[in-house]
Design a protein around this ligand. Structure first.
Ligand SMILES: C[S@@+](CC[C@H](N)C(=O)[O-])C[C@H]1O[C@@H](n2cnc3c(N)ncnc32)[C@H](O)[C@@H]1O
Length: 214
């Protein structure tokens, strides 16, 4: 859609629709079918930016299962995945999330949502690019979910800070979206990470850094 002659960002369009609806609404996932995930409509989503509902559940479970002390998320968008991660942290009773969102308008919505959630104590939200975000490692869980073309750079950037027993999750790694999948496979070919490609509608890489693995 064009607003005042400029093309509206997808993120802003979804924020506008969310403000109009006033609530999250689940719908069948409409990412196109891929060989690895031929029936995406069996999954659910709130919108095309927020991770699939099942992936959100998975994020919470991974936090409860692996008990990370430090979680880094790139691309907070409206804070929905941040809040699912934080649900896991709350259940664990320790740990914290640093989540960054580049777009100031999107950041403001995420901030408001997180402040209203009762989970704020577990979250540091930064209006910053993942490529400038400074964290004191070790990172136990990295959820890479920012702009597709920067995912490889951000994983390379955070790799030295990764706990070798920690997990790297890269979202949007379907064979249709390609860019993230190819980035993960390149990192694997270079011997930097080991990967598993989970067959979800938009694709999810689960990886671990090779250096330091026992
Ligand atoms: C796919 S959405 C994130 C969805 C969110 N993780 C969820 O599942 O609820 C990607 C977000 O990354 C933000 N973004 C893009 N480039 C970024 C960067 N370099 N650093 C941080 N955020 C970025 C976009 O503004 C957008 O809000």
């Amino acid at each position: 859609m064009r607003l005042f002659g400029r093309r509206e960002k997808n993120e802003h369009r979804i924020l506008r629709e969310f403000a109009r609806r006033g609530a999250d609404e689940l719908q069948p996932e409409y990412h196109r079918a891929t060989p690895e995930c031929p029936e995406p409509a069996r999954w659910s989503m709130y919108d095309s930016m927020t991770a699939e509902a099942e992936v959100l559940e998975f994020l919470r479970s991974v936090v409860i299962t692996t008990k990370p002390k430090l979680i880094v998320e790139t691309g907070s968008f409206m804070g929905v995945s941040t809040l699912w991660l934080a649900e896991g942290v709350r259940q664990n009773g320790f740990g914290g999330i640093v989540s960054c969102e580049l777009d100031p308008q999107v950041f403001a919505v995420a901030k408001q949502r997180i402040e209203a959630s009762g989970l704020q104590q577990w979250i540091q939200l930064r209006n910053q690019s993942s490529l400038e975000l400074e964290v004191a490692g070790p990172i136990d869980l990295l959820f890479s979910d920012s702009d597709l073309p920067v995912r490889e750079q951000e994983v390379r950037r955070f790799l030295p800070l990764m706990n070798p027993h920690g997990l790297i999750l890269m979202h949007d790694a379907s064979s249709h979206l390609k860019v993230v999948r190819e980035a993960a496979l390149r990192l694997e070919q270079e011997g930097l990470i080991s990967t598993v490609l989970l067959p979800t509608p938009r694709g999810l890489v689960m990886a671990q850094k090779r250096a330091g693995r026992l």
